[in-house]
Design a binder for this molecule. Structure first.
Ligand code: DGJ
Length: 714
């Protein structure tokens, strides 16, 4: 087909397509931002611009050519490339020339697809940029196709490469450890590289989260400054490379961590990278977060627009020490408390090796007969009788060396030949590259759902990184293991989603180990940390909220830090997806009354907290207080949370200026969640202008005090 005929065929199919070359510009726009690519005289693709939208074609034409968009190994560039292909003839270089581009409309987004190819070897690289207009979010990913006669090997294969030219670059990473996740840390970039990566395989985000903020110029604040926020949708090893070159320009390369992941591509085969999701704001990190929250709820999270259930979890109430009677009584407590669901955690399975501790039984997913003689059915029936839902904990990707599964199927376990095994939390990871193991893991969920149709929710845990890295299934291609493991996991999750499309699930990975947007395509919520000390949670929830909405951040009231009043603990948890994980008899009658009242308030305010706009007002990092507010999408209702952690003696207390309100409206302001569970009778009225300009005296000098205010437009 001639180029003209091809163009005509594409246009009649509703796809806008272009095959022009030299000087041609490709503009990818959201409501506020634009990425502009230009085809150079040498027929290569350049990124000419990424920033606020300009006044159209004339402005874009005036831009300098910029830097080659998707730089490859072996050509003229001296810095980190996005792509590196090894070939059978030993030539490790790739030259990419522009071939064509097209735009495809989707519901809520427009996708620009740019095809590049090596003029000598034919290998094709297709760059995808999907732009979500009102949310100002972009997604980008790459497809690499081997068009040669022989297999090739991908050495580096980035999802995205972006170029910046700013007076200063400050990257903010979110890192830490188990129970100490997402500590915010800033670093100014100078010549050279900064790398944020992980090679844990599973539980991949235990030390560092797969997202960052990049201030372009001075450090962005919540309300000012140019900032890029980026995250990778991949539940496996990731890598972000920030490299400042000799001219002071910055390139940001995002994708799978290529560490021990050389990936063979057979003739004609295509490799699709995960998606890099990013937003740019010139109004600071608050707006950037709200962009991502809106996008995620509308387009990414499983049941992103749906409701979420409050729950009572038994993990911290019992650990492994429970029997049927105890669980039946806890189901009664869930009912009494007024939550939607009872969630049975770890410890209900294994017979030859009963799960009485974390040392055994993973893999043996039958109910422990002497612990629960009437099976899960007795519990789902009891939950049904009490009018609450029933949820169940599983960890189906894992195996205990002390289990029947390990005895039967050692070949299904990721473990090294000729080496002693070493364990993380006494367990090993199953080899999800093997389709038989995928069937088995799918069968764990499917088997439980078939046998106990009363199960309404799963908490899917993943407590170990991939250790002892060797797959029986991959044979000589061990460097495929990290990637194929994740693909295997997604194939299982796809099957679960297809068969049980409405089944809500929590993405739990020992707390914080899996926190990525691809995972959240399959999960309705995630478990940010095992640390539920409310003071720590102020920081942890603050960290995750940079990228994820409150709707996915499970936050439970527990007995961590008993010095903090139940009211303080509950108010912190109300800023996320509220749950409880304690014995009710550990509460005084006043505390219990408070919790019941708070749950009622929470249910009423869920549309504001879970689906509204979040404004981080005072950072816990800034000192002795913290405050966050949520404004309903119609602007008529808002909730403000205020916390005093350890105020100084006689310290000066400043008003806190609220955000996101309608300046022209009047709002009634009433304190709710009082210690006795009631609401204050003292209702004051202020204009939105006043609240956002003068603010309110939200803080006190009392240790571990907290308040919640409800605002209603009049
Ligand atoms: C780790 C999770 O984060 C906890 O909430 C709990 O489910 C335990 N695993 C159970 O082993």
């Amino acid at each position: 087909m001639t180029a003209k005929k091809l163009l005509f065929a594409a246009m009649s199919a509703g796809i806008a397509m272009s095959m022009y070359a030299a000087g041609e510009q490709i503009v990818v726009e959201t409501d506020d931002n634009a990425i502009v690519f230009t085809v150079g005289d040498n027929n290569r693709l350049y990124q000419s611009y990424f920033g606020q939208r300009l006044n159209g074609a004339a402005d874009y034409k005036a831009l300098p050519l910029g830097t080659e968009a998707y730089l490859t190994h072996g050509m003229e560039d001296y810095f980190e490339p996005a792509l590196h292909i090894n070939r059978a003839d030993g030539n490790p270089s790739t030259l990419l020339e522009y071939k064509k581009h097209e735009t495809v409309s989707h519901e809520g987004s427009t996708e620009t697809v740019i095809t590049l190819a090596d003029p000598v070897y034919g290998d094709e690289v297709v760059l995808h940029y999907e732009a979500f207009g009102p949310e100002n979010v972009f997604k980008s990913w790459t497809e690499i196709t081997n068009r040669e006669k022989t297999p090739v090997e991908l050495e580096k294969f980035a999802s995205s490469m972006l170029h910046f030219d700013a007076p200063k670059y400050i990257v903010t990473q979110y890192s830490g450890d188990w129970a100490n996740e997402v500590n915010s840390l800033d670093q100014e970039l100078h010549f050279g590289k900064k790398v944020i990566d992980t090679k844990l395989g599973a539980r991949e985000n235990m030390f560092v989260s797969p997202f960052f903020q990049l201030s372009l110029g001075d450090k962005a604040t919540e309300t000012s400054g140019d900032v890029l926020v980026g995250t990778l949708g991949w539940s496996g090893n990731f890598r972000f490379v920030f490299e400042v070159d000799n001219l002071g320009k910055l390139r940001v390369i995002s994708g799978i961590n290529p560490y021990f992941s050389q990936y063979p591509l057979a003739k004609g085969e295509t490799f699709r990278t995960p998606e890099f999701i990013f937003t740019l704001s010139d109004k600071g990190t608050g707006e950037a977060s709200r962009n991502l929250h809106d996008w995620a709820r509308r387009h990414q999270i499983k049941d992103g627009k749906g409701d979420r259930m409050t729950l009572l979890n038994n993990w911290e109430a019992t650990y492994f020490d429970f029997d049927e009677n105890k669980l039946v009584s806890l189901i009664g407590e869930a009912k009494e408390l007024g939550v939607d669901m009872f969630l049975l955690d770890d410890g209900w399975f294994g017979n030859k090796y009963p799960r009485h501790s974390d040392t055994q039984a993973l893999g043996d997913w039958e109910v422990t007969a002497d612990k629960l003689p009437n099976g899960i059915a007795r519990l789902t029936e009891e939950a049904d009788r009490q009018g609450v839902k029933f949820g169940l904990w599983i960890e189906p990707e894992m195996v205990s060396p002390k289990s029947e599964l390990y005895e039967k199927h050692k070949d299904w376990v990721i473990t090294l030949p000729n080496r002693d095994e070493y364990y993380f939390r006494n367990q090993l990871v199953l080899d999800l590259t093997n389709p038989k193991v995928q069937d088995y893991v799918f069968g764990v969920v499917d088997g439980l759902m078939t046998k106990y149709p009363g199960i309404a929710y799963f908490k899917w845990d993943c407590n170990s990184p991939i250790t002892n890295i060797f797959s029986n299934y991959e044979g000589k291609n061990q460097s495929k293991l990290y990637i194929d493991y994740v693909k295997g996991l997604y194939s299982v999750l796809d099957r679960i989603a297809a068969k049980y499309p409405d089944l809500p699930m929590m993405l739990c990975s020992g707390g914080g180990g899996r926190t990525d947007y691809k995972g959240l395509e399959y999960f309705t919520e995630m478990w940010p940390s095992d640390n539920t000390d409310p003071i720590e949670r102020l920081f942890i929830q603050w960290g995750y909220s940079q990228v994820f909405p409150a709707k996915v951040q499970c936050a439970h009231v527990t007995t961590w830090n008993k010095k903090a009043p139940v009211k303080f603990r509950t108010n912190v948890a109300m800023m996320g997806k509220l749950g409880f994980d304690l014995n009710l008899h550990e509460l005084t009658s006043e505390e219990l009354a408070f919790c019941k009242g708070a749950i009622k308030d929470y249910n009423r305010l869920k549309p504001v907290i879970l689906d509204g706009d979040q404004y981080r007002l005072v950072s816990p990092y800034s000192g002795n207080h913290a405050s966050t507010m949520f404004v309903g999408k119609d602007g008529r209702q808002a909730v403000v949370f205020a916390f005093d952690v350890h105020p100084r003696y006689n310290e000066k207390l400043d008003n806190v200026k609220l955000q996101g309100l309608d300046a022209t409206r009047n709002y009634s302001v009433r304190e709710i969640n009082l210690a006795d569970g009631s609401q204050s009778q003292d209702v004051k009225t202020y204009s939105g202008k006043y609240l956002m300009t003068v603010g309110l005296p939200l803080f006190t000098r009392n240790d571990l005090a907290s308040r919640v205010y409800e605002l209603k437009a009049q």
